[in-house]
Design a protein around this ligand. Structure first.
Ligand code: PMP
Length: 438
């Protein structure tokens, strides 16, 4: 067994001065203890106890080029040497904005900010201003950041089955401290249910400003949209004068150079991107129709942020996009191939060990679940997975030198190579033996 003593000690020390001991609540759930990093390079992370891991956490998604990528670091360092941020305008903003409008099919224009949460806040605000309506439709199992106006927790599957008007009137807050009024304008619906979507949108069309959806339900099972579902969402929102927002904070610059909406051929009114775009530096954007973004031009909608458009973030965004699009975007094929090899390898190991499980994969992202059902195509099925068993699996994987999220979502970067995949499959094989013994 590996030792995690230094990490444990550091957490105790952190708790004296850092609220929660970790900088983002989710990170506290890692077992046997939240790890303290010493350094990282490529796909290898070292912790303070001297343990090494192949990394599939990738800092929760941004590190599409891996850690300490030389070309990325060089471009960002060069920008830093010229002054990190000015509070003035500079060419880097125009350069990145132009590049984003070229890559994202739905983006005539973009607005820049620092996190996915902020991008979603702006997209919702633009939608309300544009339509003059106030309600927002969102879906069970999706995550759109932690701002008061959209952060919810999810009722159990049984509650969902009995929920009727409660879904419309009583959306559960994501945290204590959220104003009771903040979710008053949110309508929470099951995803991949076109009838429910249509009846709700038609019944409340006069009040609904926007529908916001992940294009693939990456945050809960990497569930694909059923054929025709996003198209239906597009048609209905267009007909009923509702802004259609695709939240591509995970899928953007991951499923293709133009994100999921490019890959699926769906044209939302607004798109939010973040994570991979900054390669690990705080950067996000809203892209979309010029008549909607134009509300910022006419100063009807405020879009603020001290560090918006800073030179380091602009250079980071350009470095990521340059790298991802060189050689005609060949790296997307590489990442997808790597993810398919790993996902298929995991499925084979489920079979070898007689373990019931599902891997839902698209592009370089997948969700691995221990579950009896043969397929996971809805959130209520996803809720039936054995989350405790998976958390144990993730803990044992650390012991075998592989860093994965305790909740089952895996990310592949541009620098995961076949040898990392083979080593990871060997580790999973060992961990499956250990799981059976446990
Ligand atoms: N939208 C989606 C789809 C996300 O997955 C996330 C983060 N996991 C966010 C928004 C929020 O992004 P951030 O953590 O950068 O605020």
């Amino acid at each position: 067994m590996r030792s995690y003593e230094k990490s444990r000690g550091k957490l105790t020390e952190a708790r004296q001065v850092l609220a929660g001991g970790v900088a983002s609540t989710l990170r506290g759930s890692m077992k046997p203890t939240p790890l303290y990093a010493e350094s990282a390079s490529g796909v290898i992370v070292k912790d303070m106890d001297g343990n090494q891991y192949i990394d599939y956490l990738l800092a929760y998604g941004p590190l599409i080029l891996g850690h300490a990528h030389a070309g990325f670091n060089e471009k960002v360092s060069r920008a830093m040497a010229k002054g990190i941020t000015y509070g003035l305008q500079h060419d880097g903003e125009i350069e990145l904005a132009r590049r984003l409008t070229e890559l994202l099919p739905c983006a005539d224009k973009v607005a820049l900010s620092g996190s996915g949460t902020e991008a979603v806040m702006l997209a919702l605000r633009l939608s309300r201003a544009f339509t003059g309506k106030r309600k927002i439709v969102r879906f069970h199992g999706h995550y759109h950041g932690w701002s008061d106006s959209i952060f919810t927790s999810f009722p159990s599957p049984d509650m969902m089955q009995t929920a009727t008007s409660a879904e419309v009137d009583n959306v559960p807050p994501g945290t204590k401290g959220q104003s009771e009024l903040s979710l008053r304008d949110v309508i929470l619906l099951p995803w991949n249910d076109p009838e429910k979507l249509e009846s709700t949108l038609r019944a409340h069309a006069g009040d609904i400003a926007a529908v916001i959806s992940e294009p693939v339900m990456c945050n809960s099972g990497c569930i694909m949209p059923h054929p025709g579902y996003l198209e239906k969402m597009r048609e209905l929102t267009r007909e009923l004068n509702i802004v259609f927002i695709l939240d591509e904070v995970i899928t953007g610059f991951r499923l293709s150079p133009g994100g999921a909406h490019d890959r699926f051929g769906i044209m939302p009114d607004l798109v939010t991107v973040g994570k991979a775009l900054g390669g690990g530096i705080a950067l996000s954007a809203v892209g979309g129709r010029k008549d909607i973004l134009g509300l910022i031009d006419s100063e009807q909608v405020s879009h603020l942020g001290t560090l918006n458009g800073n030179g380091v973030a602009m250079a980071a965004g350009m470095a990521v996009l340059d790298h991802l699009t060189e050689n005609g975007g060949a790296v997307f094929g590489k990442m997808e191939h790597t993810a398919i090899r790993l996902a298929n390898g995991i499925r084979d190991l489920f079979g070898k060990h007689g373990i019931s499980g599902v891997v839902n994969q698209i592009g370089p992202v997948f969700h691995m679940m221990f579950i009896r059902e043969a397929a996971v195509t809805h959130f209520d099925t996803f809720q039936k997975r054995d989350a405790a068993k998976y958390a144990k699996f993730a803990e044992l994987m650390l012991d075998e030198g592989v860093l994965v999220r305790p909740n089952g979502l895996w990310y592949i970067s541009a620098v995961h190579e076949p040898e990392h995949i083979e080593a990871t499959l060997t580790a999973i094989d060992l961990v499956f033996f250990r799981l059976k013994e446990a």
